[in-house]
Design a protein around this ligand. Sequence first.
Ligand code: APR
Ligand code: ZN
Length: 395
Amino acid sequence: MENGNSNNNHTINGNYETAGKVITCKAAVAYGPGQPLVVEEILVDPPKAMEVRLRILFTSICHTDLSAWQGENEAQRVFPRILGHEASGLIESVGEGVTDLKPGDHVVPIFNGECGKCAYCKSDKTNLCERFRVNPFKSVMTNDGKTRFSTKEGGKPIYHFLNTSTFSEYTVLDSGCVVKIDSQAPLKKMTLLSCGVSTGLGAVWNTADVQAGATIAVFGLGAVGLAVVEGARARGATKIIGVDINPEKRTKGEAIGITDFINPNDVDKPVHLVIREMTGGGVHYSFECAGNLDVLREAFLSTHDGWGMTVVLGIHPSPRLLPLHPMELFDGRRIVGSVFGDFKGKTQLPAFAKQCMSGEVKLDEFITHELPFNKINEAFQLLIDGKSLRCLLHL
Ligand code: APR
Ligand code: ZN
């Protein structure tokens, strides 16, 4: 174990006397696109059937929260809303019918749930779930189409986000979107498993199945891209090329495991040509972690013909389509998307958490900042300015 269990001494209001009652607590509410979040008291209903209520202890901000807050996509403009999907905490109470979770359990929320019963959950070809599939437009609970959050004054509904809504001291989730992890696991670091690290690392291990000796290129060195780097390092990739327009990402990339760095603004030809020259025709795998279509095309062309594979992790604003001609696929380059690193959350995350605890996967580099929850707007700014990977907020 990396750092004892000093994070794990929390209790929830003593004896969970809040169970079954409406809780008044602090949350950061988004009232409109780009408007500073308002940290205020809100009301949180008890969980209904097959739902659980969490006491969030740590949460961090991912690029997807940023996009939703800025209202990048019109259909996502649902306000007031509680954003946030990367977190860790404890179960406060459970609704009727929940048998796999109990008050006090150490958990991480997952935006891509696992009901365990649908055709998708039963298939070993996908980690999508019919009921709790990731959906940034969904803003109410699956059970009854209603919200569990409301304003303290006037009781107006506040909407949910990504099946999770973690920018709140208490939140309600479907039990299919909550993973129980080892009570000895350091909860602070486990926050990263909720999205960024699982997404990046899983894309390497599960989607691409990168083997020792492979060469890879990672486009975009945010937390997601650097988790790809960490996954490739752990698997024994021999060449890990990081590509980013922010020159400051080189140092961080090297600390985690990139062997080479390319700033597209510093080279006089397209990046894919530079990469092909460096690797005798192209890398085995490339990963798009910037959410930019021009970058995606570079990533696609930087793999070797015949066997190259490009994994898409970045979220691309609609409605632009893939920037490649169908005939280009006849060159034997494949392209595939990866959601939540192809991890089936409830089934596979507990073992992944253990791999992180044993040091097989290193998480320390990813938490670059820590702030109290009421400074959440500062944490957003750090991500916007490209200064943070993950800023951990303490609730
Ligand atoms: N070329 C190379 N790198 C780029 C480019 C570009 N044209 N544009 C942006 N980047 C880099 C940024 O400098 C930054 O380092 O991509 C990185 C993105 O990192 P973050 O903003 O920290 O985002 P992260 O949380 O890692 O998510 C990455 O995955 O979940 C999705 O929506 C998310 O698309 C985003 C991606
Ligand atoms: Zn995320």
